[in-house]
Write a protein that binds this ligand. Structure first.
Ligand SMILES: [Ca+2]
Ligand SMILES: [Ca+2]
Length: 497
């Protein structure tokens, strides 16, 4: 057929199809945040007991798994603020969960990722937790970043009852647990309140994250006025309390739970410049030890991760069956890690590996499905802003501090060894290269250094910082850490409206 056509007709057809391709719409983006998800996901290998068949299948069918991805900070607020603004907390002063990027002088006028996409022709929409939620005296609803999207909904809110209504659930009898301080023991309010779990007498379809996931699927039948879309979906588990339907607990028989390893005396080599031990066992670890409930806590987290995987599975299925299956980039990220006993700690907000490493997967049709599936390149969630801009053909915001790793996505086996930084709190940061983690803390006028060879010592038991053999390694890594820390920006309670 082709050889019967005159050459100029063939040329015309080729030119037309090339220009149609060039004029084709940019890729859509589905941007999925999972709150407090660590590397206990099958393909990330953080815990072989994890049951995440949907994420694993998603990875095995064309998403790229970043084995060395880190968060810019180790609690929700500053990690998300850094990712969304493209600037580290040591640059902006947005540290801790009580500073809102919307009030900080350095960040309040920056375009966040969804705003950048809207500014460049995208339709942005969101449900669930993407921005950290802050008090807002002008509204009883709080500031959840509603202002950053063209459309923001809370699909499980009361006003949607009927279509998306959320019910209050009861617990399966005898499964509700609240770990508290010992009588008379002083503890900060959050610690005393937050460590809770229980098996819900509910179907997954009735619960918040499933409803949010279903909202995302429902949007995939829309046209968005013919614009490409940027859809942000926030999944709230496995954040505490670990209340998920009992079927997910049933997947993990309690007597089969294996606990993460700890080494007695592990913290004794973390010392300040006077040789005084500067780390101690965390209160939640001590309470769980006292109550004999380590296995129950680990099981509750595993059950919550299995629940998240179930919800994500519904998004993957909905996307595969939609008209957007072949022109949508999917990014899945955890906002920081979480300890389940490692280094005698439960929770986040430490400078150690378990708090800093995050799961990150990116699927780009036509690109990652041709590739090798896993990358060992060093990347950070702060790199997502420029990377997604780059992948979608948007200009890179000159305010971004991260680095686009588009090239790595196209070629996951290439060398990508840019050391990357995590700022845990003011005056405490850590840097990762391909072999070492180096932590420098000058908090409270005390200098505490830690160096771990996480390749040889993945549980980070041997602090090498005071071993003279590693002086050169430390000097080299220290250059990547912040030379100054911006002062803490305005605390929520001091914000005037
Ligand atoms: Ca979080
Ligand atoms: Ca140690």
């Amino acid at each position: 057929m082709l050889k019967l056509m005159p050459l100029r007709v063939i040329c015309l057809i080729l030119i037309c199809s090339a220009s149609l391709f060039a004029a084709g719409k940019p890729m859509n983006v589905i941007f999925i945040a999972v709150d407090d998800l660590n590397d206990w996901v099958g393909v990330f290998g953080g815990n072989p007991q994890a049951q995440t068949p949907n994420i694993d299948k998603f990875a095995n069918q064309g998403a790229l798994v970043f084995e060395k991805a880190f968060s810019p900070a180790t609690v929700c607020g500053p990690s998300r603020s850094a990712l969304l603004t493209g600037k580290y907390s040591h640059t902006t002063g947005v540290y801790g969960n009580d500073t809102n990027l919307r009030h900080a002088p350095i960040t309040k006028n920056l375009d966040t990722i969804p705003q950048w996409f809207s500014r460049h022709g995208y339709y942005s929409l969101s449900a669930g937790k993407i921005f950290h939620k802050h008090q807002d005296k002008t509204s009883d609803k709080g500031d959840e970043g509603q202002w950053a999207f063209d459309e923001w909904v809370n699909p499980s809110a009361k006003e949607h009852k009927g279509k998306w209504g959320r019910n209050k659930f009861s617990f399966k009898e005898g499964t509700k647990v609240h770990i508290k301080p010992a009588p008379g023991e002083k503890a900060v309010a959050y610690s005393a309140k937050a460590l809770q779990w229980g098996e819900l007498a509910a179907k997954p379809e009735e619960t918040k994250d499933y409803i949010t996931s279903q909202w995302a699927v429902d949007q995939l039948s829309r046209n968005f006025d013919d614009k490409p879309f940027f859809m942000a979906v926030g999944i709230s588990k496995p954040h505490l309390p670990w209340y998920v339907p009992s079927q997910f607990y049933d997947q993990f028989p309690l007597d089969e739970i294996v606990l993460p390893k700890v080494k007695e005396g592990d913290l004794d080599d973390i010392v300040d410049s006077k040789g005084k031990v500067a780390a101690k066992k965390h209160v939640w670890w001590k309470w769980l030890e006292r109550e004999g409930k380590h296995k129950e806590a680990v099981r509750a987290y595993l059950a919550s991760v299995a629940y998240v995987d179930h919800c994500l599975g519904s998004i993957f299925k909905g996307l595969n069956e939609s008209k957007y299956a072949d022109n949508t980039i999917v990014v899945i990220w955890g906002d920081h890690g979480w300890h389940l006993g490692e280094k005698f700690k439960y929770g986040k907000a430490t400078p150690w590996m378990e708090s800093c490493r995050v799961p990150l997967l990116i699927r780009m049709p036509g690109v990652t499905d041709q590739g090798v599936g896993k990358s060992k390149g060093l990347v950070n969630l702060i790199d997502l802003y420029p990377t997604l801009s780059d992948l979608c053909g948007l200009p890179i915001n000159p305010e971004n501090e991260g680095r686009s790793f588009k090239e790595l996505i196209y070629n996951p086996k290439m060398e990508w060894n840019y050391p990357t930084v995590v700022t845990d709190v003011k005056d405490q940061s850590t840097v990762f290269d391909q072999q070492y983690q180096y932590i420098r803390s000058t908090k409270f006028n005390k200098k505490v250094l830690q160096l771990y060879d996480y390749v040889k010592d993945p549980l980070e038991w041997n602090n090498l910082a005071n071993n003279p053999e590693y002086k050169g390694v430390i000097e080299k890594l220290d250059q990547h850490l912040p030379s100054k820390y911006e002062a803490m920006s305005i605390h929520n309670k001091n914000v005037k409206h």
